[in-house]
Ligand binder design. Structure first.
Ligand SMILES: [Fe+2]
Ligand SMILES: [Fe+2]
Length: 199
């Protein structure tokens, strides 16, 4: 496999052209956090960095363009996702990365596709991207420091806690919950309960 490192500069330039300064900085921060987590959990640092760098590449498209790309991606997009605009940029990004950047790394593409909606039984890069996106240096919500600490200690527990929060928040907003999010919540809740029992 060609080294992803050789492509970093080219992709950073592309992102600079495609995104606002704020989102470009967020992308760099997520990529850095992906590397920290990859080091901590012995995952591939270069792939983790690239997933972080590119994860929001389609976030500043028009809603219509994002939705069309999400549909074109053919990445198992549920009806619930199709009525939730906040989720479109993730599969849209994965589709763009595959078709325009020629990256066919399935784990990386899946990590980008699920970085907002989440999924059960995530691979290391999927989990690392999901958590890096909510713990990057530019995030400033109430519990961010708790999650930053927790993700370095026990990433599965951090996924569980963040999913609980995400589901509660989504219900609070009267929004629908995508099936993959619910299945993720069930998966990490069962894992959490089993681990608690065996302690
Ligand atoms: Fe995103
Ligand atoms: Fe993001």
């Amino acid at each position: 496999m060609e080294s992803y490192k050789e492509k970093y500069e080219e992709y950073r330039q592309l992102l600079k052209d495609m995104l606002s300064k704020k989102r470009y900085t967020h992308s760099l921060n997520v990529a850095e956090q992906c590397v920290r987590l990859a080091r901590r959990y012995n995952a591939d640092e270069e792939r983790a960095y690239l997933a972080g760098l590119l994860h929001d590449i389609k976030k500043e498209e028009t809603p219509q363009a994002m939705k069309s790309l999400a549909v074109l991606s053919d990445m198992d997009i549920s009806e619930e996702e199709l009525i939730t605009p906040a989720l479109w940029h993730a599969p849209a990004g994965a589709y763009y990365i595959r078709t325009k950047l020629g990256i066919n790394d399935e784990e990386l593409l899946s990590a980008v596709r699920y970085h907002t909606a989440c999924k059960p039984d995530m691979s290391p890069i999927e989990k690392i991207l999901y958590i890096s996106d909510i713990t990057s240096d530019d995030r400033s919500y109430k519990d961010v420091d708790k999650y930053r600490k927790e993700c370095m200690e026990d990433i599965d527990e951090c996924v569980y806690d963040s999913l609980k929060y995400l589901i509660e928040e989504t219900i609070g907003k009267h929004s629908v919950i995508a099936p993959c999010t619910l299945r993720a919540y069930n998966f990490y809740t069962i894992l959490h309960n089993e681990r608690k029992k065996s302690k």
